[in-house]
Design a protein around this ligand. Sequence first.
Ligand code: NAP
Length: 249
Amino acid sequence: MTRTAIVTGAARGIGAATARRLAADGHAVAVVDLLEDQAAATAASIEADGGRAIAVGADVSDADAVASAVARVADELGAPTILVNNAGILRDNLLFKMSESDWDAVLNVHLRGAFLMSRAVQAHQVEAGWGRIVNLSSTSALGNRGQANYAAAKAGMQGFTKTLAIELGRYGVTANAVAPGFIETDMTRATAERVGVPFEDFLAAAAREIPVGRAGQPEDIAAAVSFFASEEAGFVSGQVLYVAGGPRA
Ligand code: NAP
């Protein structure tokens, strides 16, 4: 069945691969990112492949922007019943050097963003009596040096997910989290730059630590999201799936 899906942070990386995958699964997709211009390339690639997509500019941590983005999606594509909370940022630093703005920025995008988007979209899901929410967590939820803010946000995503599963289950809505390990995107490229290691070396070092012997690709995560978003996953809710090439990182 064709549904309307919203993927946040879908201009690039995991979000873009997920938007393309959900479109290939037959859904109309709203590609949401900070700037509509940046989301436009993902939407255009979906349309070029015969899918249906629109680009929507919105900061997921801004309640007014979220309300208008969700209203626009409902108008132009139909009531959104699949939501992927993927938008994310890093502001890594050791605790003693971490500023309040680094803490707030990360918590705002990941947690406040997922809260605002889910609150807006659940109205459509409850009305439809069907919905799928997939939240992006991370192996960093288990703790990671230099990421006190990000680890707290990504662990928070798991508690948020389980609570949505409990509250929304009776309306036919499931909520699950995908927790990626090391995925080759601009986010990990930026981390390599920050620590002063060429990206190729950074990837090779990561691959040596990963049981399947390679870094993940955005499509590896998109496939897991696609399962949680599917019709047949209706009895799977409140789960966290680590997609990391091994048991955790
Ligand atoms: P990415 O390449 O940096 O893409 C993230 C996207 O989110 C960017 O397009 C970014 O827009 C957008 N974004 C940031 N703040 C936003 C906001 N306030 N509102 C709307 N969009 C916003 O990251 P990625 O590697 O694909 O990661 C996607 C998700 O997976 C994130 O939640 C991340 O934490 C998680 N994850 C990634 C990895 C990994 O190894 N890559 C591992 C575990 C979890 P701008 O470009 O304009 O900033």
